[in-house]
Design a protein around this ligand. Structure first.
Ligand code: F6R
Length: 243
């Protein structure tokens, strides 16, 4: 695990965007793994800026998102598919249908999860996966107690994650869905390069466990210690509990 402590979110954006730009320069048809949430925004903003200047194109790339709430209507602004479109996908030049996410409104949830895994495999697997981390150490929505061998499936969100995400639902924790579909830890571990971004002191404990704690389902991000190519981009506050 390579840990890089950078000055601020803007620098994280530049270093993170370099990884995407280099990959797409070498392999324009690369398969990207996209996370929603605040952590990757500086990377996405920098990629949009470079795209607008002609420095990077996503026209031949494909992408898979990590997770989706269950039960939000298709046009709900906080549905993760709408969030990632707004934050990133619609601001660059992905081809139509090049970006997929788990279907949180599927009638047959287990079949939708299986199909999602098959689609990732059919695309040849993810070349570069960007991740955030939850304050409880979750990655995607693999909450504490998630199987380290898990694949895409339905999960119950913890109270803590619903509280953390209430800011997107008018500060009303009861408006945050109780369930999600999420790539599993084994799905994420199959990506060839994982880049995790964390900023702020609220993430410091989770970052400490991820990098220095014992590998345990109670801190799901610790599984990344077993991945051969992980880059962790931190600001000084998120690095504050590293030894
Ligand atoms: C989002 C996701 C989550 C977030 C995590 C951190 O697709 O998979 O694991 O990365 O909850 O969220 P932020 O970045 O908003 O602090």
């Amino acid at each position: 695990m390579e840990i890089v402590i950078l000055e601020d979110a803007a620098e994280i954006g530049r270093v993170g965007a370099d990884a995407f730009t280099d990959l797409l320069g070498r392999r324009p048809q690369a398969v990207l793994g996209l996370a929603t949430g605040s952590s990757p925004l500086s990377v996405y903003d920098e990629l949009v800026r470079r795209h607008e200047q002609g420095g990077v194109s996503f026209a031949q790339a494909r992408a898979f998102t990590l997770d989706e709430y269950v039960g939000l209507p298709k046009d709900h602004p906080e549905r993760y598919r709408n969030v990632i479109d707004r934050d990133f996908v619609d601001r660059v030049d992905f081809a139509p249908d090049a970006v997929r996410g788990p279907d949180g409104s599927a009638e047959d949830i287990p079949a939708a999860c299986e199909e999602y895994e098959a689609a990732i495999a059919e695309a040849g697997g993810v070349d570069l996966q960007i991740l955030g981390i939850g304050t409880d150490g979750h990655i995607a929505f693999n909450e504490p107690g998630s199987s380290l061998a898990s694949r895409t499936r339905i999960k119950t969100l913890t109270r803590q994650t619903r509280i953390d995400n209430a800011r997107f639902f008018g500060d009303d924790v009861d408006a945050v869905p109780t369930h999600c579909l999420t790539q599993g830890l084994a799905t994420i571990m199959a990506a060839r390069h994982v880049m995790l971004v964390a900023t702020g002191s609220g993430k410091a404990e989770a970052v400490h466990h991820m990098a220095e704690g014992a590998v345990s389902a109670m801190w799901p991000a610790t599984i990344l210690q077993h991945h051969p190519h992980v880059t962790v981009l931190l600001d000084p506050a998120a690095a504050g509990r590293l030894q």
